[in-house]
Ligand binder design. Structure first.
Ligand code: ZN
Length: 549
């Protein structure tokens, strides 16, 4: 078979040409043979249609080529139509509310941008990339716009998801086009800010991009190339990326010096921030002056500026529906509940069922009020909403980042209170306690097994030594830990039982009020407790910050 191999070796680079020639020869031969067999009329017909065939084919290919090229160079890209906004952003620093820490850092950036010339003279480092990180709805876009406005430079924005396209290479070309625009603007107006939202859409660590990975990678690469190009270029282009992903998820290449090396964390507003936000948004609508903004701010723990704006809008709708011309506290409270739990829907319950639900919620309410060291009761309701028959709203009085033993114990007691109360009044309980029970059990288990908070502080060192991995524990230790958990659980239940038995008149009163009015607001709750001579326990001292680890 040597001749065969030698033949192919001899072909060398020419095999492609030879193959094409062979195909053309065979096809041409067949056509010629077929044509010669046809009668002359048919032959003429074939010949007549052929030019049209060619024409259609050529036009078709030209069109497809044009489409591909135009996609590649971003002719159809969305960025021209909606995303490029020039100088008219006009968001001032005074309009950015509730995120004071991030604002301070952003202000520093503005100073650096303004003093760029001076900075160059003293050889300072010039910022090219800023990464804004934080939960969605906290005002990252707003802050970026404020930087642009305050520094007086143009602002181009684009969501990174716009880069990610089906066609390979299109995302990369869009990145190039974006930076070209930015450089042009910077050349004309001194500097330019490029804002890329949802940066994680392209900037996710490359090992994680299992979906459409190839295209994302080429987009990311061109972004990196463009950013590195900024280091040498004369034009002042600053890239601000925003993401709500964790830093570990981001591709490390993006965070290297010279790229997104300056970070601003835009966090949820604290109590003071929320107060300012409520005051700001309520100032924009017709609000009743009696609305207690401080209480709203306390109730809105963990809410973002966008949530608060949304709440006020929803409250405005509700007050319009109720034909009121001013927004009241009840409207906002209702709006919050609607956003968190869905709209009310009246279930037809018989009196027995309603009574049980009322006692269940009254139990939660009393234990929460009298025993919980950190939480405040805001509202109790027995109106059914998505998946719940009733609810007691409570929030920490201030943001806590660690949980003390007392707080966790109180959580268990509050959860168990619904069950205990049902049992006290009817001698039986319903399946409505399942969620409460599970929550209580999870907390108790965690306390003993993970946090070393059992009554004998037993699990402590064993669990730490085994790093939370229960398979490494001996059976004896496991059964001891289980006994600890049970004891903890039982002591909580007993305490709740004692309290509710002692406060039975209060329990009856709250249940009957709930049955009558369905909802009890902060002031109503406060008034009833005052009537019985009860007051909230004093605010517990803040636990030391190292108690969480
Ligand atoms: Zn419950």
């Amino acid at each position: 078979m040597l001749w065969w191999r030698r033949f192919f070796m001899g072909l060398g680079d020419r095999w492609l040409g030879l193959t094409i020639a062979a195909v053309v020869l065979v096809c041409g031969g067949l056509t010629w043979y077929g044509m010669s067999k046809l009668e002359s009329f048919y032959r003429t017909m074939q010949l007549a249609t052929m030019p049209m065939w060619f024409l259609t084919m050529i036009i078709g290919s030209v069109i497809s080529a044009l489409i591909y090229v135009s996609l590649l160079f971003g002719m159809f890209s969305k960025q021209d139509r909606k995303n490029i906004k020039g100088k008219e952003v006009n968001v001032h620093f005074s309009d950015v509310i509730g995120i004071d820490e991030a604002k301070e850092e952003a202000w520093e950036v503005v100073q650096l941008l303004k003093d760029r010339a001076r900075l160059k003279k003293v050889g300072g480092k010039i910022i090219r990339g800023i990464l804004m990180q934080g939960p969605p709805g906290c005002g990252k876009t707003y802050l970026a716009k404020a930087i642009a406005t305050e520094a007086g430079i143009p602002f181009i924005s684009l969501a990174a998801s716009d880069f990610v396209e089906i066609f390979v290479g299109v995302g990369a070309s869009r990145v190039r086009k974006l930076f070209k625009d930015a450089r042009r603007k910077a050349y004309a107006q001194g500097a330019c800010i490029v804002f890329i939202d949802e940066l994680d859409a392209v900037g996710r660590s490359r090992t994680f991009s299992w979906m459409g990975g190839q295209e994302t990678n080429s987009t990311l690469n061109s972004l990196l190339v463009e950013m590195d190009g900024l280091q040498e270029s004369e034009e002042n282009v600053i890239v601000i990326g925003a993401t709500n992903a964790e830093e570990e998820v981001m591709d490390q290449a993006l965070l290297r010096p010279g790229r997104f090396d300056r970070k601003i964390y835009v966090d949820r507003p604290n109590l003071e921030g929320r107060e300012k936000l409520f005051a700001y948004y309520l100032g924009k609508v017709q609000a009743d002056p009696s609305v207690d903004i401080r209480r709203l701010a306390r109730r809105g723990v963990g809410k973002t500026p966008a949530d608060i704006e949304n709440m006020v809008k929803e409250a405005a709708l509700i007050s319009t529906r109720n034909k009121r011309d001013k927004i009241t506290y009840e409207d906002i409270s209702e709006a919050l509940e609607r956003i968190e739990l869905g709209i009310k829907h009246r279930k037809s319950m018989n009196e027995m069922e309603r009574r049980l639900v009322a006692y269940h919620e009254a139990g939660h309410l009393i234990v929460l009020y009298m025993l919980h060291p950190t939480d405040d009761v805001f509202k109790a309701s027995i109106i059914a909403r998505r998946g719940t028959l009733g609810v007691v709203h409570h929030n920490p009085r201030e943001e806590l980042h660690t949980h003390s033993r007392e707080k966790l114990m109180a959580d268990i007691k509050v959860s168990l209170a619904g069950y205990v109360s049902e049992k006290l009044v009817s001698g039986t309980t319903s399946n409505g306690v399942a969620g409460d029970f599970q929550h209580a059990m999870v907390v108790a288990h965690d306390m003993v097994w993970r946090l070393g908070m059992g009554s004998k502080y037993l699990g402590d060192w064993q669990m730490m030594a085994s790093n939370g991995n229960s398979t490494q524990l001996s059976e004896t230790v496991k059964s001891e830990l289980n006994a600890e958990t049970n004891a903890l659980f039982r002591s909580c239940a007993e305490e709740v039982d004692r309290l509710l038995t002692k406060e039975r008149p209060l329990l009856d009163r709250f249940a009957s009020e709930l049955l009558k009015r369905e909802e009890l607001e902060y002031d109503d709750i406060e008034a009833i407790f005052a009537e019985y001579g009860k007051s909230r326990p004093p605010v517990a001292a803040k636990p030391k910050s190292d108690s969480s680890s």
